[in-house]
Write a protein that binds this ligand. Structure first.
Ligand SMILES: NC(=O)c1ccc[n+]([C@@H]2O[C@H](COP(=O)([O-])OP(=O)(O)OC[C@H]3O[C@@H](n4cnc5c(N)ncnc54)[C@H](O)[C@@H]3O)[C@@H](O)[C@H]2O)c1
Length: 296
């Protein structure tokens, strides 16, 4: 695999991983190894990349030749050693499960090139913890993309306890090559910057519903028109998933030991009732079938 931009590896071909791989190839011009644990996951990731690239062509943002070249630079694989060989940056976007990620980091640390940076897209797991099971913790940092990575312009770079300046600088340079703006989170703190602000705001919106202060539609309308958010907090919660958001509030509660992060009992109840938002077809709004666009 020869290319002027070099090679990157993306671990996990799910919602985030496929998008990150696409950006690395389409915008950064990198050869990209995209790894998952089963063929069907890799296939599904490649299918999502194909359909997203086709949309860029439809909208006139990419020529057919550019799209074909971008697709050719993404190499799906199930073989970790092959995926890591010759790669200067490994972006890990595997399932948000600490045990699974720690196991993966141990293996990646053994198999990756000596100078390779291991960057995690985790939303809530400590970068210092992930680095602690590797041989070179100075090469580990957070590289937090936003959903969908193809469209969202921000990457939060997170410094773990031992992350070197060189690692931060290299991730900053590569992010710029991927067309992303970066911010530096100087400490490995739960939620980093964006989720630390967003999650309590979403939780507060649920408290407003629970206390009967206003209807969901009015809360969303108020925040859209009053704060110029493109989408209201309850609609956004339905997109993110109430279960995911509840998990993050629990991480905040555990890590900060501060009751101000207590999840609204209504959010807990809705998750128990299977009302996760768009993914389950119902949350604060009706979504018809799971994953559909809003019907009400
Ligand atoms: N979904 C979001 O909006 C969002 C936003 C920012 C960051 N994140 C973070 O990105 C990461 C991935 O989230 P997602 O939403 O893409 O999840 P996802 O469930 O869509 O994808 C995760 C993928 O990782 C794969 N995987 C599991 N074990 C693996 C292993 N050992 N090696 C390689 N792949 C493995 C799974 O098979 C799956 O395809 C998580 O850490 C999450 O916190 C998610």
């Amino acid at each position: 695999m020869n290319s002027s931009s070099g090679k990157l590896t993306v671990l996990g071909a799910g919602l985030m991983g496929h998008g990150i791989a696409q950006v690395a190839s389409q915008v950064g011009g990198f050869e990209v190894s995209l790894l998952d644990v089963e063929q069907r996951f890799v296939d599904s990731g490649m299918k999502m990349i194909n359909s997203s690239v086709a949309k860029f062509v439809e909208k006139g943002k990419l020529t057919k030749d550019q799209a074909d070249a971008a697709l050719k630079r993404v190499h799906p694989t199930l073989d970790l050693a092959e995926a890591l060989k010759g790669s200067s940056l490994v972006i890990e976007a595997a399932t948000e499960d600490p045990k699974l990620k720690l196991d993966l980091y141990r293996r990646v640390s053994d198999l990756s090139d000596r100078d390779a940076i291991l960057a995690s897209n985790t939303s809530s797991i400590s970068i210092t913890l992930l680095a602690s099971v590797t041989k070179r913790p100075e090469n580990v940092c957070g590289m937090h993309f936003f959903n969908p990575p193809q469209l969202m312009p921000l990457v939060e770079i997170i410094r773990g306890n031992k992350t070197s300046d060189e690692t931060v600088n290299r991730v900053r340079d590569i992010s710029a090559k991927l067309g992303k703006e970066t911010v530096l989170c100087k400490k490995d703190s739960p939620g980093f910057i964006v989720n630390r602000i967003l999650v309590p705001a979403l939780n507060e919106a649920v408290f407003l519903v629970q206390e009967g202060v206003a209807e969901p539609e009015d809360i969303d309308k108020a925040v859209k028109l009053g704060l110029n958010w493109p989408m209201g907090p309850l609609q956004l919660l339905d997109y993110v998933g109430l279960d995911t958001t509840l998990n993050i509030t629990q991480v905040f509660m555990n890590e900060f030991q501060d009751s101000k992060y207590r999840a609204s009992p209504l959010m807990r109840e809705m998750v128990r009732a299977g009302m996760m938002g768009r993914k389950s077809g119902k949350g604060f709004y009706e979504w018809g079938s799971p994953g559909a666009t809003k019907t009400k």
